[in-house]
Ligand binder design. Structure first.
Ligand code: ADP
Ligand SMILES: N[C@@H](CCOP(=O)(O)O)C(=O)O
Length: 308
């Protein structure tokens, strides 16, 4: 019986302007996943965390991904997965993507690395479909590839790994739940050509800034005229946190994924830590509990920590 242990990182999707196409992996928080290949065809999911997530394979994003892989390879084997989740579900930090991407990655190692990264993304997207109703890959891709990725297309899958600037990421997760599925439903289905043109400018500017390591360009491209004005209404003190972060020296930032987490990028650790303190105190003032993370962009993504 083979065993694989993984460290699966949180991800920040959208990077403000790149709805459903841009994302980055961070070092903290991360989930731990342990896989065993079984002689029998069952899929067993166990959670050793306290989030009360479904353990039946069809209700858990990891289970769905494993079922699809089992079906694709016509396997007689099954899988046992033990998940210790530290990325809170509904945080906007890619909690569902971590389990989905981790499942594809872990199963692939147990099966002798038969899948390409694109194929792992393909299977992991079934997990995102279960969580949010949509097969988006902007969290899954950076989880699997590491660093910052551009999802040029999901059909066919075309993932462009971008550079990983050496930046700090401060994230705050106020303890109000925003489900990705709900945060998608409130979005407008149509946008004006004027706002599309503005957004294209921001996305292109951000990708150019990342590739050229032009930090001021990254900062001024972290602007969203389409999604943020609608979703930020669901996040208490969003404007205040953004304004104060910029005053403290953030390059820029905004909603992480579909929220409620907010992330900010900075060059200096000191700035990142000051922002974390400020974010916590803003939520303390209004008696909303919050979790704060000071981390860096994670160029590697999912890490294999043990194989036996
Ligand atoms: N293994 C899992 N990890 C995280 N969420 C899961 C898992 N399995 C099922 N879910 C469901 O997915 C949803 C959380 O996903 P989502 O709203 O996208 O949160 P996040 O933004 O943190 O990824 C919840 O409804 C949760 O019950
Ligand atoms: N592009 C998606 C990203 C969702 O990220 P999550 O971390 O909130 O699951 C969206 O914005 O809906």
């Amino acid at each position: 019986m083979k065993k694989v242990k993984l460290k699966v990182p949180a991800t920040v999707a959208n990077l403000v302007c790149g709805f459903d196409i841009l994302g980055m992996a961070v070092h903290d928080p991360y989930d731990e996943m342990e896989f065993r290949l079984l002689e029998t065809p069952e899929i067993i999911i166990k959670h050793t965390d306290s989030f009360g997530l479904p353990e039946e394979p069809t209700g858990n994003v990891a289970g769905i991904v494993l079922l699809k892989i089992q079906e694709y390879f016509n396997l007689k084997n099954g899988f046992e997965v033990i998940i210790r989740k530290h990325i809170k579900p509904g945080s906007g930090l890619g909690s569902s993507a971590a389990s989905a991407a981790g499942a594809a990655f872990g199963a692939n190692i147990l099966l002798g690395n038969k899948l390409s990264k694109e194929e792992m993304v393909h299977f992991a997207m079934f997990g995102e479909e279960l969580a949010s109703g949509v097969r988006h890959a902007d969290n899954i891709a950076p989880c699997i590839y590491g660093g910052i990725t551009l999802v040029k297309s999901t059909n066919p899958i075309d993932i462009i790994p971008l550079n990983s600037p050496d930046l700090f990421v401060t994230a705050v997760h106020p303890q109000v739940e925003v489900k990705t599925s709900d945060a998608r439903q409130i979005l407008k289905k149509n946008i004006t050509l004027k706002s599309a043109v503005e957004q294209w400018g921001n996305i292109a500017g951000l990708v150019a800034g990342i590739q050229k390591n032009d930090l001021p360009l990254i900062g001024r491209s972290l602007t969203d005229v389409i999604i943020e004005p609608i979703r930020s209404i669901l996040i208490p003190k969003f404007d205040k946190i953004k304004e104060k972060s910029l005053q403290l020296g953030a390059l820029g930032g905004g909603i992480s994924g579909s929220g409620p987490s907010i992330f900010m990028l900075s060059e200096q650790k000191e700035t990142a830590e000051k922002m974390a303190q400020m974010m916590k105190s803003v939520y303390d003032e209004i008696e909303i509990e919050s979790l704060v993370y000071v981390s860096k962009i994670n160029p590697k993504g999912i890490q294999l920590v043990e194989e036996a």
